[in-house]
Design a protein around this ligand. Structure first.
Ligand code: ADP
Ligand code: ZN
Ligand code: MG
Length: 477
């Protein structure tokens, strides 16, 4: 029997806390770490006799998300009650959307969107007691500040094929949402939360396997690791001739363990029914116009503009457009100075990103956009060599400041014309007679040795082209 190869099939469900001024169905302000139970009212505490009112700003944000993801926006959508009991849900039901959501269809990058709907967040349970097992002295306390926070739930089609693709795509989604300004999109603080639905199937087959759902992962790294672990677990089961059980799972990032939270619930378990206390959401042309106007330039449009108007190459344009913070920094630097776009883009996406590390936002670094622009301009004017400019950038990253002043203070200015450079080149040739001999004989390969020597002597301040020219001149080539 030959071993069957399996491929992962993954669909994502993302909960996004919307950064509206007030909660989804009441006038309480959203909470940012205030003392427990200080941002509550009878509505979000679920007291009897209260009535919810849908938050117009949340609907506006929902429409913006729908537009950005290319969804069909429903002219009429309704809220449902999703009934279940949990201590963080005082009403005994969550107001959500069910079969008539605000948005359907759409796409972001290589993943299709199934739907986007609005709902309210649950309160927060805080477990106290250190035993890790249930003890009479242990307790769970409920902080209702989060209860009722507006959420947009974004559900993808099962188009994702690997753990890496899942986390890459989520970064894309996070960038888009951040640009829309509809959410803080902070995973650690829970304003962006992701569940992954995972199954595997023999490569080449179309039918979907039985899926499990990995709940609430709160970092890109954990999402990647969690999905990998679950895919391996499922493949192991199938290889052993077993069957995957449909259930909801928890991935513990510290131990790598996957544990069952509950067997999979079905829609009918929730006894969905239309929320009788809310009118349907009717989308007017004015609401659509307002959402359309509020849309910022989205990454795809920005990428095209960087290419067409600034003449950036494809790779730079894509990087700067899809990492909005890099694009913003780049544009700010570009506006502050008569620097050329492509060299500036290279310095931002290569040298600066490398020095700041992976996901860092350069706006939070000590390098002012105008300072980087000035440095790149100095390189363009050949007042500073590439190598010396990298040293200046090291200094800017560490301490900030003005590149021109650093160049002067550290003596990093390009070694001036031939007058200054010629003796250094001559000394280099003298120090390497065998190399000089080969060069004289027409073998130019070892010229790097001479250039390297001159660079060392001048601390990288010599222009490589000029050094080569002088070598030829002095050897009479
Ligand atoms: P449920 O009814 O269990 O909530 P849905 O059909 O609503 O399932 O899908 C929820 C999510 O699971 C979606 O992102 C969807 O793409 C994904 N999904 C559905 N079936 C599978 C499967 N067999 N394997 C992987 N993902 C799946
Ligand atoms: Zn309230
Ligand atoms: Mg579902």
């Amino acid at each position: 029997m030959s071993a069957v190869e399996y491929e992962p099939v993954i669909g994502l469900e993302i909960h996004v806390q919307l950064s509206t001024r007030t909660k989804m169905f009441c006038g309480c302000a959203l909470s940012f770490g205030e003392p427990p139970n200080t941002r509550t009212c009878p509505v979000c505490l679920g007291l009897p006799g209260t009535l919810p009112v849908a938050n117009a700003e949340a609907i506006h944000y929902g429409l913006m998300i729908g537009m950005a993801l290319g969804c069909d926006l429903a002219p009429r959508s309704i809220f449902h009650r999703k009934n279940y009991f949990y201590p963080d849900l005082p009403k005994g039901y969550q107001i959500s959307q069910y079969d008539e959501p605000l948005c359907r269809g759409g796409r972001l990058g290589d993943v299709r969107i199934h739907r986007v709907h609005l709902e309210e967040d649950a309160a927060k349970l805080v477990h106290v007691g250190a035993s890790g097992r249930l003890h009479a002295s242990d307790a769970s306390i409920v902080d209702f500040n989060r209860g009722g926070t507006p959420l947009a739930e974004i559900v993808t089609e099962p188009d994702v094929r690997s753990a890496e693709q899942a986390s890459e795509w989520l970064k894309l989604l996070r960038t888009t949402l951040r640009q829309l300004g509809v959410s803080d999109v902070n995973m650690e603080e829970g304003s962006l939360r992701c569940d992954a639905n995972i199954s595997v199937r023999p490569v080449g087959t179309k039918e979907l396997g039985t899926k499990t759902e990995l709940k609430n992962m709160n970092s890109f790294r954990f999402i990647e690791r969690g999905i990998k672990a679950e895919v391996e677990r499922q493949i192991g089961i199938l290889r052993d001739g077993g069957q995957v059980v449909q259930e909801t799972l928890h991935y513990d990032p510290t131990t790598g363990a996957i544990t069952s939270l509950r067997s999979k619930e079905e829609a009918h378990d929730y006894r969905y029914f239309p929320e009788p206390d809310l009118t349907p959401v009717s989308i007017t042309q004015a609401m659509l116009d307002r959402a359309r106007e509020a849309l910022p330039e989205l990454p795809a449009a920005r990428e095209a503009r960087f290419k067409d108007e600034l003449g950036l190459n494809g790779e730079s344009a894509r990087l700067l457009a899809w990492r909005a913070e890099l694009g913003d920094y780049f544009e700010s630097a570009l506006s502050s100075n008569g620097v050329e776009a492509q060299p500036l883009a290279n310095w931002v996406t290569n040298e600066l990103v490398q020095r700041l590390g992976g996901d860092a936002d350069p706006a939070e670094s000590k390098v002012e956009p105008s300072a980087l622009a000035k440095l790149v301009a100095l390189v363009g004017e050949r007042k500073v060599t590439q190598g010396a400019a990298k040293q200046v950038l090291d200094k800017l990253v560490a301490e900030g400041g003005d590149p021109q002043a650093i160049v002067e203070a550290e003596g990093l200015g390009a070694v001036g014309g031939a007058d200054e450079l010629a003796p250094v080149v001559a000394a280099a040739l003298e120090a390497n007679p065998d190399i000089a001999e080969r060069l004289r004989g027409g073998d130019m390969k070892p010229i790097g040795v001479i250039v390297g020597h001159v660079m060392r002597e001048t601390k990288g301040r010599a222009d490589g082209g000029e050094v080569t020219r002088l070598v030829r001149e002095q050897l009479g080539l």
